[in-house]
Design a protein around this ligand. Structure first.
Ligand code: GLA
Length: 691
């Protein structure tokens, strides 16, 4: 499934402005309120709204009986007001009548319980009935609205996997078996791949294979891993069913489905390859003063999923969410800087969930652009100001982020390091590694792209691989070729351990990466909870929580840091091997943020790349560019003032003022400096503001 992409044409989203607006649920409001909505949308500078995402029951109240009238009317009103429409296929959730007629389409949990109607997304992704009805509804929508002049793009389903990303029902089991037959051919192939001689797991009939429901003990790891892959592919098939219908009826209209940021359960590389534009829903935690760092990694992923093309922030929150245990609002000004951060990182949109705050239901306490106080609400005043400010940034639409650094995102290793129950330690996961490594690079001043382990790496000077538990030869070959041609590769702990069937590579880790890195792992050396190892790095001592490794390094490998405590005292911890015109580093320990700052500073300097001396995690600079102009976004994510040193003079698009030398920003401040495109990626250093 993952490799068949029928159509590589990219259709443009039909909007000639930065998209600004939100989810719109007119079916929760009277038609009189719609008129007020339109008036206030215009006042706020709204250019696009998303609807009717959850409205299937309102559009088809009985099987085959449609009520299009209300949607016709609101779409026309929006169009007349010049507001573009991100038109949902309305298949995000089934009507009750469909589920009651076909109870077998409900999803099951891992303990075999069927889930009840009463929330949303009550479907099994593999259900043939659900798939048939989804295709039917998408066709009905496309036939009715495919030529609507307000249509900007198709919004398929909504946040695949939000509530249901895996299903353990009999239909899923049958689908899983078909998927396995396709992958392994015959039962011998499956038995070999799954290593069934361990714990007597041999299968003699396909019918004996179930979804990995709760079992007496740890489940066969390759089965668990394949279930992750299968579940992502099952959802991908569901997506493709709608894409096929829409391509047939409206071949020139762009399609998307909104992602959920760094979401573990679906391999977004595969999803993005099928759609015209990447769209994302991002909800950085307002209670966390560093949540913008995770957001930067997420946005780096979003722009990279389609090779650096602009993407759209389709949902964010104007203030508090309502799905956390404690939903902290955003301080005044934070909406603006967080929104501009998404644009800085390549989004051509700032959109919210949702336009008007609900009066009832599960999300009535979720903030919206238009809060319960209506025009007087702070969220309206702040988002309206933002809508107008965005108009000054039209020049950045379509431009691309410049970056010299890429981080490898690999869903297989994410699944392998989180789904498998029997590992040396459960304290080393791909996603945590990725976040810690990214955090350090972000702090040192780099905007980080993401990339697959097989590349493409052109244009980058540094590729970091925070963890690649599952490694196959093509990945090692691509990374090696990159280093040989002058790039720097950095590989993290517990990489090159197993192949795609979860079998340990001959000779152990780092398997196919051994020649590149020039090290061998004798034993993984997890550290008990509450204890910490130590790495000596020059004059610094770096804490090692949870994970170390006993490694042996080849003679041509330089040891940059060594273990400095416990049994591993004196053994190499961080190594560097010259490779062709470049270098390959191995960081065998799980380090904390401070430790990674030290190690990455060394790596960046060795690679001839800049690193900030004065660091402040709240001060972010990202450059988007076209052929002639750099647009450098300066952002202060905190409340203390920060100051950047501009490498080139320019004009702040937000104020129209000339900018040169030092630029100071107050609490949640932002500037967007347009200057002639520099030969190399602009790098912004900081000055202390307390001098
Ligand atoms: C998701 C969904 C929306 C809404 C928001 C609330 O992003 O797509 O329908 O539930 O969460 O944060």
């Amino acid at each position: 499934m993952a490799d068949e992409i029928a159509d590589e044409r990219i259709r443009p989203v039909r909007i000639d402005a930065l998209a600004f607006g939100g989810d719109y649920n007119p079916d929760q409001w009277s038609e009189e309120t719609w008129l007020e909505d339109i008036r206030l949308m215009k006042e706020a500078g709204v250019t696009m709204v998303s609807l009717p995402i959850f409205s299937w029951p309102q559009l088809e109240p009985e099987p085959g009986v449609y009520d299009w009238g209300w949607l016709d009317r609101i779409l026309d009103l929006l169009h007349e007001a010049g507001i573009r429409i991100d038109l949902a296929t309305a298949t995000a959730t089934p009507p009750s009548w469909l589920l009651r007629a076909h109870p077998e389409m409900a999803p099951w949990d891992s303990e075999g319980h069927r889930l009840e109607f009463g929330s949303r997304q009550t479907y099994c992704p593999s259900s043939p009935i659900w798939r048939e009805h989804v295709a039917r509804m998408a066709r009905a929508m496309a036939e009715r609205y495919g030529e609507h002049p307000g249509l900007a793009m198709w919004h398929i389903s909504n946040e695949y996997g939000d509530h249901i990303s895996r299903c353990w029902c009999p239909e899923s089991a049958a689908h899983f078996r078909r998927w396995l037959q396709n992958r392994y051919g015959d039962l011998d192939g499956l038995n070999e791949a799954w290593g069934v001689n361990v714990w007597g797991q041999r299968y003699t009939s396909w019918e004996h294979i179930e979804t990995p429901k709760k079992a007496p003990g740890p489940i066969n790891p390759t089965k668990l891993l394949d279930f992750e892959r299968f579940s992502s592919d099952a959802m991908l098939e569901l997506f493709q069913i709608e894409i096929d219908v829409l391509r047939e009826v409206t071949p020139d209209i762009a399609v998307t489905t909104n992602f959920m940021s760094m979401f573990r359960d679906l391999d977004y590389w595969d999803f993005a390859a099928r759609e015209d534009i990447v769209t994302d829903d991002a909800y950085p935690e307002p209670a966390d003063p560093t949540s913008h760092v995770g957001a930067a990694l997420n946005y780096g992923l979003m722009r990279s999923l389609k090779g650096g093309r602009p993407w759209l922030l389709l949902e964010s929150s104007a203030s508090a969410t309502s799905w956390r245990d404690v939903n902290v609002p955003k301080a005044p000004g934070r909406i603006r800087v967080e929104s501009l951060q998404a644009v800085a990182h390549g989004s051509d949109a700032v959109m919210f969930f949702q336009w008007r705050q609900a009066k009832y239901g599960q999300e009535k306490f979720h903030s919206s652009m238009l809060g319960h106080r209506g025009e007087r609400s702070r969220s309206f005043q702040e988002t309206k100001a933002l809508g107008h400010e965005l108009k000054r940034l039209e020049a950045v639409r379509g431009t691309r982020v410049r970056s010299r650094v890429a981080l490898v995102v690999d869903w297989d290793s994410w699944w392998g390091s989180s789904a498998v129950e029997s590992l040396p330690s459960q304290r080393l996961r791909w996603d945590e590694q990725a976040r810690t490594w990214h955090h350090a690079l972000h702090t040192l001043g780099h905007a980080v792209d993401t990339v697959r382990a097989t590349g493409p790496f052109e244009g980058y000077d540094l590729v970091v691989v925070p963890n690649l538990y599952i490694t196959e030869q093509p990945q090692a070959d691509a990374l090696t070729a990159f280093a040989e041609s002058g790039g720097t590769v950095v590989v993290g702990p517990f990489s090159g351990v197993v192949d795609a069937t979860e079998k340990v590579h001959d000779g152990g880790a780092p398997g196919p990466l051994r020649a590149l890195l020039g090290v061998e792992v004798d034993e993984q050396w997890p550290i008990a909870d509450g204890l910490s190892g130590q790495v000596g790095y020059g004059a610094a001592e770096l804490a090692v929580p949870h994970w170390a490794e006993w490694i042996e390094a080849d003679a041509d490998v330089e040891v940059r840091g060594g273990y400095a405590s416990g049994v591993l005292d004196g053994h190499p911890a961080v190594t560097r091997r010259p490779v062709g015109d470049g270098a390959a580093w191995y960081v065998s320990a799980k380090l904390e943020h401070d430790g990674m700052l030290t190690v990455f500073r060394d790596i960046l300097h060795a690679a001839g790349l800049p690193a900030r001396d004065v660091v402040n995690v709240e001060a972010e600079a990202v450059t988007r560019a076209d052929d002639t102009t750099d647009y450098t976004f300066l952002l202060n994510h905190g409340t203390d003032p920060v100051a950047f040193e501009l490498p080139a003079s320019g004009v702040d698009l937000l104020t129209g003022a000339d900018a040169t030398g030092r630029v100071e920003l107050g609490a949640y401040g932002a500037a967007v400096i347009a200057s002639p495109r520099a030969a190399s990626v602009p790098f912004l250093t900081l000055t202390t503001t307390t001098e």
